[in-house]
Ligand binder design. Structure first.
Ligand SMILES: [Fe+2]
Length: 388
């Protein structure tokens, strides 16, 4: 059986790679790009750095910085309005996953028209028409290399998964120097998100030998450097490895899909505004415990790749080491449970059924080695509350 692999046509990766932006734009035939970013990037000076690179290359500078964390469909429509104000011929996305996800959605909506909900799963979108260069500033979502975006419906507050080649950037610039200023909390949350991508891509029912190698390499880079990147933000080697691992994990899960952790995590983020990586981290140990017996060899190899057990460790011991390792990682990185995060108990339990229904509707749980019933997802949400 063959596997279908879709990747950005170009990836420039390494310290200082952002300087190659004008060359990439030339290759794409763009002379009037719109920079899509967020207020944080403006405040940090990263947007100004990119604008300066464009100016030095004789390119016009236009910036839309009104994107949101956990972007809403209303914010995407504002971006589409900004794109329509001039004859823009490409998009540059600068920021974390939210800015890149926003630019992907703006590109699709600007080209095809309609509303964001029209492009949510199960409707795949294959042609964008507007080239996008993604420049991630966190080692996390891997969105620069994926054919997915996640947009929250402003009417229903549902996190909509949108997928298809139209959401895959034409090119990515992966420059770890942007991450040197990321604080520990952001580094931890985004790093655990990337680690979750790698694990889920590896255990997914849709994994292939191509994605397996990427996922295992990503796990090694991420687990081996996450603590260092959090404790010593200026550690260039750790930052570079994290950025590489996050990009590899993105390439892996874009072609193998994510599974139950992400399926259950999206409703938590949408309803309770928990940052994406943090809601993944809350769920990862419990979901791994739930799933491990359905693919023991696969989960055992994850543990080996992360350096948490030796290659000859019998699978049952490796599974135990994996689960205790994930729990210990959460403790070291001070991941709160739902209650410690500030979620009201009654609210959490009132939404168990609707969260499970939304998780199931996203399709991600169906990729899990053990496909849960809705009742089992309700039980997992209940367990995760109890672990707090
Ligand atoms: Fe994710």
């Amino acid at each position: 059986m063959s596997a279908q692999i879709q990747l950005p046509a170009q990836i420039r990766i390494g310290g200082g790679a952002v300087r190659e932006l004008p060359a990439l734009l030339r290759e794409l035939g763009s002379v009037r790009p719109l920079l899509v970013t967020d207020p944080g990037m403006v405040e940090l000076g990263h947007a100004r750095l990119v604008e300066g690179i464009l100016t030095d290359a004789g390119l016009p500078v236009s910036t839309f910085s009104d994107t949101e964390q956990e972007p809403s469909s209303a914010s995407i429509e504002r971006g589409v309005d900004a794109f329509a104000r001039d004859h823009f011929d490409a998009l540059i996305a600068l920021g974390g996953g939210s800015a890149i996800d926003s630019a992907k959605a703006i590109g699709v909506l600007a080209f095809h028209g309609g509303r964001m909900r029209d492009y949510a799963v199960p409707n795949d979108v294959e042609s964008s028409g507007i080239p996008l260069i993604a420049i991630p500033t966190t080692a996390g979502t891997g969105s620069e290399a994926t054919r997915f975006t996640v947009i929250t419906d402003s009417d229903s507050q549902e996190k909509m998964l949108c997928r298809g080649r139209a959401f895959l950037p034409a090119a990515a610039i992966v420059d770890y120097e942007f991450t040197l200023t990321a604080p520990a909390r952001l580094t931890a949350d985004t790093g655990i998100d990337a680690l979750t991508h790698a694990i889920e891509a590896y255990v997914s029912r849709r994994a292939s030998p191509f994605t397996d190698d990427l996922a295992l390499a990503a796990m090694s880079h991420l687990a081996g450097n996450l603590d260092r990147a959090c404790s010593t933000p200026s550690d260039r080697d750790a930052r570079e490895a994290m950025m590489l691992g996050a990009c590899q994990a993105g390439m892996a899960f874009s072609n193998a899909s994510v599974c139950l952790v992400h399926g259950m995590s999206r409703p938590v983020g949408a309803l309770f505004h928990v940052p994406h990586g943090l809601s993944n981290a809350m769920l990862l140990p419990a979901v791994t415990r739930f799933s491990a017996a359905a693919a023991p060899e696969r989960y055992a190899r994850c543990c080996v790749a992360m350096g948490w057990c030796g290659p000859d460790t019998p699978a049952p011991e490796a599974l135990a080491a994996l689960i205790s390792g994930l729990e210990a990682l959460n403790r070291r990185l001070e991941v709160p449970g739902p209650e410690a995060f500030g979620i009201v108990r009654e609210q959490w339990f009132a939404h168990l059924e609707s969260m499970a229904a939304q998780a199931e509707a996203s399709g991600s749980p169906a990729n899990n080695p053990r496909v849960p019933t809705r009742e089992e997802m309700v039980a997992l949400y209940t367990e995760v509350w109890g672990n707090a």
